[in-house]
Ligand binder design. Structure first.
Ligand SMILES: *[C@@H]1O[C@H](CO)[C@@H](O)[C@H](O)[C@H]1NC(C)=O
Ligand SMILES: *[C@@H]1O[C@H](CO)[C@@H](O)[C@H](O)[C@H]1NC(C)=O
Ligand SMILES: *[C@@H]1O[C@H](CO)[C@@H](O)[C@H](O)[C@H]1NC(C)=O
Ligand SMILES: *[C@@H]1O[C@H](CO)[C@@H](O)[C@H](O)[C@H]1NC(C)=O
Ligand SMILES: *[C@@H]1O[C@H](CO)[C@@H](O)[C@H](O)[C@H]1NC(C)=O
Length: 181
């Protein structure tokens, strides 16, 4: 190999390790590069509320096998608002599913995409993780983004804001991005 090629390789190794060091010290939980607080509203379809329902239980009987809905899968297209009011103009949709995965308590797992389509935000954030319903707050991963959220990553903190029987619940989503481009 020529001498100049050695220098080129050395340069690449040195510059990529500098990049790694620089990246590893910039992420602090209390210092997101972007933060949004939004509310998630879920109205479960119950046969008579088709006009208002935003989610559907797609489990087949008899596959839900405990008092805590273990085995139940719900698909949703839920409105996202900036305040707690269900009828506020939505700023995004949450599209995906949650499922219940514990026999001994209410515990869920979420996988969904926040779809923004307005002049303020246009793009998506994809979110997945465990929703340990009994905890006051739960952290889920923001695994990627598109559009205005190109290549974003971060954490969304859920807290239950309201529950009305089986038919409606509202989550507060505290969205913190740590990688913004
Ligand atoms: C379905 O939900 C609507 C709205 O909450 C309620 O008025 C209705 O009684 C419910 N129907 C059943 C079958 O539970
Ligand atoms: C459906 O939503 C409308 C508002 O969009 C509300 O006026 C109506 O009471 C709701 N119906 C039920 C059954 O919840
Ligand atoms: C969901 O569907 C399953 C299967 O039909 C049923 O056993 C369960 O009670 C339903 N849960 C709710 C909350 O609608
Ligand atoms: C996004 O908004 C534009 C302009 O209002 C509309 O034409 C388009 O259908 C919307 N796309 C989605 C996926 O909702
Ligand atoms: C959002 O971006 C998409 C793709 O670039 C575009 O088709 C759409 O019109 C945009 N929507 C708004 C509301 O600007």
């Amino acid at each position: 190999m020529e001498k100049s090629s050695y220098f080129k390789i050395l340069f690449i190794i040195l510059s990529s390790s500098c990049f790694l060091i620089a990246n590893s010290i910039t992420l602090k939980p209390e210092k997101p590069c972007k933060r949004l607080v939004l509310y998630y509203h879920d109205i479960l379809f119950n046969v008579t509320n088709a006009a208002n329902a935003t989610s559907a239980n797609v489990s087949n009987p008899p596959n839900v096998l405990s008092d805590f809905n273990f085995g139940m899968l719900v698909v949703f297209d839920d409105p996202i608002t900036v305040d707690q009011n269900l009828v506020s103009t939505p700023v995004a949709r949450a599209q995906g599913f949650y499922l219940y995965n514990m026999k001994t308590t209410y515990n869920a797992w979420f996988a969904y995409t926040l779809v923004f389509n307005s002049s303020e935000y246009n793009g998506t954030l994809s979110i997945m993780g465990a929703d340990i319903i009994g905890e006051k707050t739960r952290d889920l991963s923001i695994v990627g983004g598109t559009g205005d959220f190109f290549m974003a990553r971060g954490v969304v903190t859920f807290s239950t804001d309201a529950v009305e029987g089986l038919g409606y619940f509202r989550l507060k989503m505290d969205i913190k991005l740590y990688e913004c481009y």
